[in-house]
Design a protein around this ligand. Structure first.
Ligand code: ZN
Length: 202
């Protein structure tokens, strides 16, 4: 079954978090779902990511993994990003263990890159650039280390996605107001009504 990689799937705001968000409901194991469980979704994600992340990367193309080894590395990078930034949001900062796992993966990734590869951190650029998806996600994550950026990372209370809150006063409460915000509003409405209905019978 093909999956629609639409704008909502890129609510993370930066590539590193979008990649982490290819797993939904991470904090409720029985509801959790991995959208990249089928590796055929990887190139589709990579194409959509290049389109939605132009603000972060400019004119970019992400190459998706081809060998099973590369697929494993991409998933490892995804999990390392998730662990690093989720613990940072929960515990107030980058922690030694997840940071070490993340950096070690980066070291492995870049050891295999051709010497001419441009590994500059992401910035909007007109010059066309092509990068492996895992390396790009790593660089996107490194850019979030800066404290002013790190403190803008949040966890959506509905779907548990990580997202980068770019609002001026950091007031965004949901990954996507139109989806998770509305769902929460509907749930509050439902709870209020069922409570009132219950009171009528007392
Ligand atoms: Zn959400």
């Amino acid at each position: 079954m093909t999956f629609d990689w639409n704008a909502h799937r890129f609510s993370g705001g930066v590539l590193a978090l979008d990649l982490a968000n290819t797993v939904i409901f991470r904090e409720t194991r029985e509801r959790s779902q991995d959208r990249l469980a089928d590796p055929a979704e990887m190139p589709r994600f990579a194409t959509a990511a290049a389109n939605f992340r132009r603000g972060e990367w400019g004119n970019v193309q992400f190459s998706s993994p081809t060998s099973s080894g590369e697929i494993t590395v991409l998933i490892d990078v995804r999990e390392a990003i998730n662990e690093l930034f989720r613990t940072a949001v929960r515990g107030g900062g980058l922690r030694p263990k997840p940071l070490s796992v993340f950096l070690r993966l980066g070291s492995e990734l870049f050891g295999d890159e051709p010497s001419g590869q441009n590994l500059a951190l992401p910035r909007p650029c007109e010059q066309r650039r092509e990068l492996p998806l895992a390396s790009a996600a790593f660089l996107s994550g490194v850019r979030l280390f800066e404290p002013a950026r790190l403190e803008r990372i949040k966890i959506c209370p509905n779907c548990h996605w990580l997202y980068f809150d770019e609002s001026r006063n950091r007031s965004r409460r949901w990954c996507d107001m139109r989806v998770c915000g509305n769902r929460a509003k509907a749930q509050r409405h439902y709870n209020r009504n069922s409570k009132q209905a219950g009171n009528d019978h007392v």
